[in-house]
Each structure stands twice: as structure tokens, then as C-alpha cells.
Design a protein around this ligand. Structure first.
Ligand SMILES: *Cc1c(COP(=O)(O)O)cnc(C)c1O
Length: 367
């Protein structure tokens, strides 16, 4: 058939192992999934209270997400017209691709970074220019040099997934000042809520100054609503109007809109979860220090850890012991694993399993 040729050389997103599948395969009774950077403490109780009462699903959602939009605009101190909501940030990435990318133009991004930028760009037929990270951090001068007359979009993920590195504030604004004004810069802040005040780019305060800047945020990560699929973008009214042409009319479900609204109102849940996750991460880092495994400094709820054997092998070992993590090989970061920070108990058990692996590897080495 006459599909886009590029699709023939591409593969669908390979979902991580599902918990039930792993239990059966390895005869395990309990599996802990630390692979997709979800919030181990779930989400605000208020979300349950609201959506459990929603019983009628025969009406289309509000295509403008009016109520959520109003609250989000007020909280973020932007105009309602500066927001676009999507079925996860993933959909907004697709929308940007559809609106800005086509054969003959290119798009610039770091490597490794969030894989959906490249995936959607390739489908649109645009050339993808990747600039290697340096110690896990974005090489902004390398990215600047990669921009040419045919560059339509630059993707900056900060903190970067899978490394966790943040762009320092001064570097970011110096980059914006040098980047051509007709190149769209997409700043993906999926882990924004985990970033400390001193590292916060406070990018919403500068949107008026940079018409070519768009920010992405999500309810999937710290807010704990990954299963409901809501993310959003913030940019100038002009840009949002263009993207809204591409957006499907009912792209965010009614339940997702309500849940996101409630989640946004519950600051206490968010704060507690984040504080707890940071503390668990710190104690996990101490453990890694104690066994001499390196990791990248992370401003998120995950750690990219350098492994003494391949990431795939550590992944497999952990799988057999009841933990699902991500092998770095699949993320463009060989000899690493990416581990989402889980609850205190889950991480304690993970540490015990990793410690056993460490002893085993030490023994093998001394033989
Ligand atoms: C998880 C993630 C997203 C996508 O989140 P959605 O669930 O689609 O909202 C986007 N960018 C980065 C960097 C992520 O880690």
C-alpha cells in the first residue's frame, strides 16, 4: 500500500514488560515496576473522590477543557489562550511535529533524550539532527551550531530524560538570545515539579520575550495521573492558535480533565510526595556510593546508573528478582539502567537485590 515510506523502517513503541506477564514468566508473587517514572505514592485522594462519581460517559468531553484551562491559567499566571491540552504531553509532541515538520526541514535535539521527539519528526519526514550530551547534560553550544536555515524545531528536555540533568538558567537564556527567532524552541519540563527553586528556569516569566518558546508540562509524573493521559503546553497565543488547528477536537477525556483539575488543586499531596521521593532518592544515592556504582546527578524522580556489566544484564537480573527497570541500551545510554524512585520499602528491597549482584560481580572479578 501507499503509506509513508518512512514507516516501513520504523517500529511501534515497545511497551515495557507488564507486571502480570513478568509474574507468570518468573513465578514471582510480587513485582515492583520502577520503569516509567510514575509517582510511587499515586495521586491526590481528591481525584478518586471526584472521578468515582462520574458515571455518565455518553457525552463528548469539553473540547476547550474550560474549567481545567481556567484553573491552570490562574495557577500559572498565563492567559487561558496560552494553553493547549493533550492526551499526555506525547500528543502535544505529535501536534508540534504535524504543525512544524515536513520533508526538507530538520529538527535538532540531544542524544540521549526523550525518544518521542525523534519518533514524531521521522514520521513527518523531517531530518533529525542529534547532538550528543556531555556527561548527561545538553550541549547547548553544540545544539546552536547544529541549527541551520532548514531547522524548524529544537527540543530541549530539562531535566533531561533519561539522564536527569538540568540546563542552568544562565545557559538557557543565553541560548534563547542566540537562537534564531524563527526557530521554535520546545522546552520539555515533564519533571518540573521535582526541580528545586534554585534550579527553576522560571520560564513562564519570559514567554512574552521569546515568541518562539514553548513549554511542555504533564500530569503524568509528579501529579500521578499517567493512566489518564493529560499534558499541556504553554506558549504565545499566536502559536497556540496554530497548534489548536492540528489538535483533535475532543482529545482529552472528561475524566482526565476533572482529575487533572483536582490534582492541580491539591498542593499538599504534591509537596509531600516530592519531599518523600527526594529523601528516598538521596538514601538510594548513598547506597550506590557504598557499592561504588556511579550515577548521574538527577533533578527528577529517577536515576540513570552506570552499571559494571551491560544495562541489559542488570535489567534481566533485576527482572528475575521482581523489579522492572529500564535498560539504558534501549534509551541510547549503554551500560546504564534507569531506575524510577519507588517507595521506601520497595527501594530497600531493590538495594538488597543490587547488593547481592554487587557481591556476585566482585567475586567473579577476583576469580
Ligand atoms: C513522561 C514524559 C513525557 C510524556 O508524558 P505524558 O504521559 O505523555 O504526558 C514527556 N516528556 C518527558 C521528558 C517525559 O519523561
Amino acid at each position: 500500500m501507499k503509506n509513508k515510506k518512512v514507516l516501513d523502517g520504523m517500529t511501534p513503541y515497545k511497551p515495557g514488560k507488564q507486571i502480570e506477564e513478568v509474574k507468570e514468566e518468573y513465578g514471582l508473587s510480587r513485582i515492583v515496576k520502577l520503569a516509567s517514572n510514575e509517582n510511587p505514592f499515586g495521586h491526590s485522594e481528591q481525584v478518586n473522590t471526584t472521578i468515582s462519581h462520574m458515571l455518565e460517559h455518553h457525552i463528548y468531553p469539553d473540547g476547550y477543557a474550560t474549567e481545567l484551562r481556567r484553573t491552570a491559567a490562574a495557577n500559572l499566571n498565563v492567559k487561558e489562550e496560552q494553553l493547549i491540552f493533550g492526551s499526555g504531553t506525547d500528543e502535544i509532541i505529535q501536534i508540534i511535529g504535524r504543525a512544524f515538520l515536513y520533508p526538507g526541514v530538520n529538527t535538532v535535539m540531544a542524544a540521549p533524550t526523550f525518544p518521542q521527539y525523534k519518533h514524531s519528526a521521522r514520521i513527518e519526514g523531517a531530518e533529525v539532527k542529534e547532538v550528543p550530551t556531555v556527561n548527561g547534560c545538553l550541549d547547548l553550544s553544540g545544539i546552536l551550531s547544529a541549527i541551520d536555515d532548514r531547522t524548524n524545531v529544537v527540543w530541549l528536555c530539562s531535566p533531561n530524560n533519561p539522564t536527569g540533568c538540568m540546563i542552568p538558567k544562565d545557559d538557557f537564556y543565553a541560548f534563547m538570545d542566540k537562537c534564531p527567532e524563527d526557530v521554535l524552541v520546545v522546552l520539555d519540563e515533564a519533571y518540573y515539579e521535582y526541580v528545586s527553586a534554585e534550579w527553576n528556569l522560571r520560564v513562564l516569566d519570559h514567554l512574552e520575550q521569546y515568541e518562539n518558546l514553548m513549554v511542555l508540562r504533564t500530569f503524568s509524573k509528579a501529579y500521578g495521573l499517567a493512566g489518564l493521559r493529560v499534558g499541556y503546553g504553554i506558549a504565545s497565543e499566536t502559536l497556540i492558535r496554530k497548534l489548536d488547528v492540528v489538535r483533535g477536537p475532543f482529545n482529552v477525556s472528561t475524566i482526565a480533565q476533572k482529575a487533572a483539575l483536582k490534582a492541580m488543586e491539591d498542593d499538599a499531596f504534591l509537596e509531600q510526595a516530592i519531599t518523600r521521593i527526594h529523601a528516598i532518592k538521596q538514601s538510594f544515592e548513598h547506597f550506590l556510593d557504598s557499592i561504588g556504582w556511579d550515577y548521574f546527578e538527577s533533578h527528577t524522580n529517577f536515576l540513570l546508573i552506570s552499571t559494571p556489566i551491560s544495562g541489559e544484564r542488570v535489567f534481566q537480573y533485576l527482572l528475575e528478582n521482581g523489579f522492572i527497570v529500564k535498560a539504558g541500551e534501549g534509551l541510547g545510554a549503554p551500560n546504564t539502567i534507569r531506575v524510577t524512585i519507588g517507595t521506601e520499602t520497595d527501594m530497600q528491597q531493590l538495594q538488597e537485590v543490587l547488593y547481592q549482584l554487587h557481591l556476585k560481580l566482585d567475586k567473579e572479578q577476583s576469580m
